[in-house]
Design a protein. Structure first.
Length: 362
């Protein structure tokens, strides 16, 4: 997803330059080699279409073949913030709103009455597809980026079968917070809020039971450095009974940027380091644990990847060809896809496994 310009440095686009790197020694097949493509392009998300790829960038959509060559592009969506697949359909969240592509047919999905200009006034933030009892619902946050301080337009639920959207008001009792992360998990949907100090519950995580629907605050007890430790929730991922929460802590050292919670008990796994680790931008399941990617740095390009094992021991994955800052992270078909501010990096999963040190961070 796109982040506030104050928090993620933006590199000027350099066209659709392709750089293919074979950086892994040893007898790897071509499809198992490390790939670095789209240099100079900010990549926000990636979707998978059999052997091909759809990439959401700050300049629109790119369609790549199985060799990661650009086949075609679509710029009319504006900057793409999030991609979600539903069978043969692809939902595209962007600065121009929500779109749907199916079998080559495009349509704009209206969320708010009245026609919207492609000016960021109805920008899609966090988005996920939830499946519960054969019902598919797209949950997304809508934001107005035309003002200096991003304004929340609320959370919306789009019923895929009915093709209709409605405002999702389960979170209203908590004051209409701007939701910066969302995780769909069947009977429960999790939301993370921004860190605006004037809101009642800044930087918190909420669970919404869809059977009610009712929302509850579940992040109480999350480790903090002090009473001023308030960070925007930037990533949510569930692994077994655990919920992993990535945060943007801003400047300074000691704030919790990656936490794990289980039945109300919270552990801090990573803490911020000035100019070295200011936030965790994405968390994904990998092997028997999860991968966490750092990003959201204000002025420093310092991409880092960490592995958290089943026992919550943390180690930094060294030797990956990282560039810029990591915006997003996906794991698919034995590969790790790193969406960065300086292109797309694709690493074979077994190379990532081999780069995880046996000795964990304390």
């Amino acid at each position: 997803m796109l982040r506030d310009a104050r928090r993620v440095s933006r590199r000027p686009g350099a066209g659709w330059l392709l750089c293919l790197g074979l950086l892994v020694p040893g007898p790897l097949r071509a499809e198992e080699a490390v790939r670095q493509v789209l240099a100079g392009v900010r990549v926000n998300d990636i979707a998978f279409d059999r052997d091909a790829y759809v990439v959401g960038t700050s300049s629109g959509l790119l369609y790549l073949d199985k060799e990661f060559r650009v086949k075609t592009s679509r710029a009319g969506t504006g900057p793409v913030t999030a991609l979600v697949q539903d069978g043969g359909a692809l939902f595209i969240g962007s600065a121009c709103g929500l779109y749907k592509e199916q079998k080559g047919r495009w349509s704009r999905v209206p969320l708010i009455e009245g026609e919207a200009a492609c000016d960021g006034s109805q920008s899609v933030g966090a988005m996920c597809l939830n499946r519960e009892k054969r019902r598919a619902t797209l949950f997304l946050s809508l934001e107005d980026h035309t003002i200096e301080s991003v304004e929340s337009l609320g959370v919306y639920a789009f019923d895929v079968a009915k093709g209709s959207a409605a405002r999702f008001d389960a979170l209203q009792p908590f004051g209409g917070l701007r939701m910066t992360a969302v995780l769909c998990a069947g009977a429960t949907v999790f939301f993370g809020s921004d860190d605006e100090s004037d809101s009642a519950h800044p930087g918190q995580v909420f669970a919404v039971s869809l059977s009610s629907p009712s929302a509850s605050l579940i992040s109480e007890g999350m480790p903090k450095a002090d009473e001023l430790d308030v960070g925007e929730v930037t990533a949510l991922r569930r692994a077994g009974s655990r919920l992993f929460v990535g945060r943007y802590a801003g400047y300074g050292t000691g704030q919790c940027v990656l936490a794990a919670g289980d039945a109300g008990r919270w552990s801090c796994l990573l803490r911020s380091e000035a100019d070295a680790l200011e936030g965790v931008s994405a968390v994904e399941k990998f092997s028997k644990g999860v991968l966490a990617a750092s990003g959201l740095m204000a002025n420093v390009d310092a991409a880092r990847v960490f592995y958290v094992d089943e026992g919550l021991a943390v180690s930094e994955v060294k030797g990956l060809p990282l560039r810029g800052q990591i915006v997003n992270l996906r794991v698919r078909a034995g590969r790790v896809f790193l969406c960065t501010t300086d292109g797309l990096v694709v690493v074979p999963g077994r190379q990532v496994e081999g780069a995880i040190p046996r000795r964990r961070l304390p």
